[in-house]
Design a protein around this ligand. Structure first.
Ligand code: GLC
Length: 414
C-alpha cells in the first residue's frame, strides 16, 4: 500500500503507477468494428473485432504470429516492420475506409495521451534496440507508412487495462474495476480517484476517475523489504535479462516458474538427490527450457505411478526416473505454483484494500496462461484472498483474449 501511494505521488519509483488515460468504463452497449493489435510476449495477434452492443465481442478475423527471438532482440524498425506485415495480412480483403486500431502493448509504457506513450523499460525477454524512451505508437506509425498500410491508432493500452475494459464490457454492472494478468508476465491495473493521483498534471477527468497501470511486477525491487527470496529466486534474477528488476513478477509468472523448478532440479541433481541415475538432458541444462506448461502437466498428473510425468520426462530426454523422484518433482512444482498463487492473492487483496473495497469486494477480470492452466491456481488465490480480507467477496472472472479485445473497447469508449 505504501509503494502504491508513493508511486501515485511521483515517477521513478519501484511501482510506476502509470495513468492510462482510460477514464471511463464501458456500458456494454457500445458498437464498433475495429482492429486490435496485441503484443506482450512471444506471440502477437491482430484481431478484427466487432463490438455488437450487447456485451458481446465477435472476433471476425484473427492473425497470430510468433515473434522470433531474433526479432525480439533486434531493433525498432525490424520489430515494427514485422508487426506492420501482420496487420497488413489481417486487413487483406477489407476495403473499408478510415480503419482504426487499438494497440495493446504489454510493457511499462509512460502514457502521454490515450494513443501515445513511451516505453520505459523492456521486460519479459524483449531487448530490441531503439524502442526504450521512444513513442511506440510513432514507431508503429512509421512502420505502417513504410509498408503502405492505412490505419489510425486510436488507443494504446497495457494488457491489464485491456482486460479490465473487456471484462467490464462483457459483464456490465459487475463492478469490474481491476484487471489482472497472470501469463508470461504479471501485472494489474485498477480504477483510482483522480484526486489520489497526486502526480497527475492534466485537468481533472469528467468522471473523476483514472485507470492506473500499477506495473506491479516490479514491487519491492528497490527496497527489498518484503518478498522472501530463496537462493533459487536469487539465482534466476542474476541470470535474467533484467537483473534486479521485476522481482515480484519473477516469483509468479509463466516466464519464470518453470525456470525456478529447473534450478531446483539442477541443484538436487548435482547433489545426487534427484534424477541422479539419468544423464542430464537439453531441457534441464538450457536456461528457460523447462517450460511452465510442463509444471502444469506434472501438478495435474494424478495417475498412480505418475505415468504422465514419466513420459513427459522421457520426452525431454530424462530417460530414467523413480516413482519417488517423480513424487518429489510433483511436490516441488506444486509448491512453486502455490507460492505464486498466494503472492498474486496478496497483490489483489492490497489493491482491493487501496480502493476501499475490502469489505464489499468487486470483480477482477483475469487473463493469462498461468491463471487459466496451472492446476489449483484460482482456488489457492481465492483461499488466500479470503484469509487476508476476511470474506470471499472478490470475484475473479476469466476474461479470455481480454488483453487484445480490450484495446478495441477502450477505443470505442473514449
Ligand atoms: C510485464 C509488463 C507489463 C505487463 C505484464 C503482463 O510485467 O511489464 O506491462 O502488463 O508483463 O503481460
Amino acid at each position: 500500500l505504501a509503494e502504491m501511494a508513493a508511486g501515485l505521488e511521483k515517477d521513478g519509483l519501484a511501482l510506476k503507477m502509470i495513468p492510462t488515460f482510460v477514464t471511463r468504463l464501458p456500458q456494454g452497449h457500445e458498437t464498433v468494428t475495429i482492429y486490435a493489435l496485441d503484443i506482450g510476449g512471444s506471440n502477437l495477434r491482430v484481431i478484427r473485432d466487432r463490438l455488437s452492443g450487447n456485451g458481446k465481442i465477435v472476433q471476425e478475423k484473427v492473425v497470430k504470429k510468433t515473434i522470433p527471438d531474433a526479432i525480439q532482440k533486434s531493433d525498432a524498425s525490424q520489430l515494427f516492420d514485422f508487426v506492420a506485415d501482420a496487420i497488413a495480412e489481417a486487413m487483406i480483403g477489407d476495403d473499408t475506409k478510415d480503419k482504426s486500431l487499438g494497440f495493446t502493448f504489454s510493457f511499462p509504457v509512460s502514457q502521454t495521451a490515450l494513443a501515445s506513450g513511451t516505453l520505459i523499460k523492456w521486460t519479459k525477454g524483449f531487448t530490441a534496440a531503439g524502442v526504450e524512451n521512444n513513442d511506440v505508437v510513432a514507431l508503429l506509425d512509421k512502420a505502417l507508412k513504410r509498408k503502405g498500410v492505412d490505419v489510425t491508432v486510436a488507443a494504446l493500452a497495457n494488457d491489464t487495462t485491456g482486460t479490465m475494459m473487456a471484462g467490464a464490457y462483457q459483464s456490465p454492472g459487475s463492478d469490474c474495476c481491476i484487471g489482472l494478468i497472470l501469463g508470461t508476465g504479471s501485472n494489474a491495473c485498477y480504477v483510482e480517484k483522480i484526486e489520489n493521483v497526486k502526480k497527475w498534471k492534466g485537468d481533472p477527468t469528467a468522471s473523476g476517475l483514472m485507470a492506473i497501470n500499477i506495473e506491479w511486477g516490479n514491487f519491492d525491487s528497490e527496497k527489498r523489504q518484503v518478498l522472501p527470496l530463496t537462493e533459487f529466486d536469487k539465482m534466476l534474477d542474476k541470470q535474467s535479462p533484467n537483473y534486479g528488476s521485476q522481482i515480484y513478477e519473477k516469483l509468479m509468472s509463466g516466464m519464470y516458474l518453470g525456470e525456478i523448478v529447473r534450478l531446483v532440479i539442477k541443484q538436487l541433481q548435482s547433489r545426487n538427490l534427484l534424477l541422479s541415475g539419468t544423464a542430464s538432458s537439453q531441457s534441464l541444462d538450457r536456461p528457460y527450457a523447462f517450460d511452465t506448461a510442463f509444471l502444469s502437466q506434472i501438478v495435474a498428473d494424478n495417475t498412480p505411478d505418475l505415468q504422465e510425468t514419466l513420459s513427459l520426462l522421457r520426452n525431454i530426454g530424462v530417460v530414467n526416473s523413480t516413482l519417488a523422484e517423480r513424487q518429489a518433482l510433483k511436490e516441488i512444482a506444486t509448491a512453486v505454483g502455490v507460492r505464486a498463487a498466494q503472492l498474486a492473492a496478496v497483490g489483489i487483496a492490497a489493491v482491493v484494500t487501496k480502493m476501499g473495497k475490502g469489505a464489499t469486494g468487486c470483480s477482477v477480470a483475469v487473463d493469462g496462461s498461468v491463471y487459466e492452466h496451472f492446476p489449483g491456481f484460482r482456488v489457492n488465490m481465492q483461499a488466500t484472498m479470503a484469509k487476508i480480507l476476511g470474506n470471499d467477496k472478490v470475484k475473479m472472472v476469466l476474461t479470455k483474449d481480454g488483453s487484445g479485445n480490450g484495446a478495441a473497447v477502450i477505443a470505442a469508449v473514449h
